[in-house]
Ligand binder design. Structure first.
Ligand code: CO
Length: 153
């Protein structure tokens, strides 16, 4: 519980607007948070993904993808088949709620998406589709009140 609250405090500190979330990734194949919660009042969410490392996208590239947790594996497998030049994402896949392009060290990317189709009771996850990354580069995404507390391994 304490960890989740600290993460939320960190996200709130970055922007006054709670509908804008900064998230960092690095050369050690990590996101800097395992849980994102945005208020139900957010009609649109903006995710700013920064790669704080130095390695190129083809070696240690990261993206930020949002989907229902039940769809994550299929999206990752589709991304593997699509390959790097297609951003490790299956094209026109309706299961992908939001996604950035792959970024390498020193790069940032922003994605905005509507929350209109998101449901407070549903389980959403964010993850990176670079091959093998989602085993560690993943977390929960919730809209509305934080009812599920992230448990650190
Ligand atoms: Co990654």
């Amino acid at each position: 519980m304490i960890c989740a609250l600290l993460l939320l405090a960190g996200a709130a500190r970055a922007h006054a607007d709670p509908c804008r979330v900064d998230i960092e990734s690095n050369d050690a194949m990590q996101f800097n948070t395992r849980q994102i919660v945005v208020p139900a009042e957010c009609a649109e969410v903006e995710i700013n993904l920064k790669h704080t490392g130095h390695m190129p996208a083809k070696v240690m590239g990261h993206d930020w993808v949002l989907a229902r947790d039940a769809d994550m594996s299929a999206i990752i497998n589709g991304g593997l088949a699509a390959g790097f030049n297609r951003g490790y994402l299956p094209s026109n896949d309706p299961r992908v709620i939001a996604a950035t392009r792959i970024v390498g060290g020193g790069e940032s990317v922003t994605v905005r998406f509507s929350t209109a189709a998101l449901q407070p009771a549903a389980h959403y996850v964010f993850f990176c589709t670079s091959p093998g990354h989602a085993t560690v580069m993943r977390g929960t995404f919730q809209i509305g009140v934080a009812t599920r507390v992230a448990r650190n391994p």
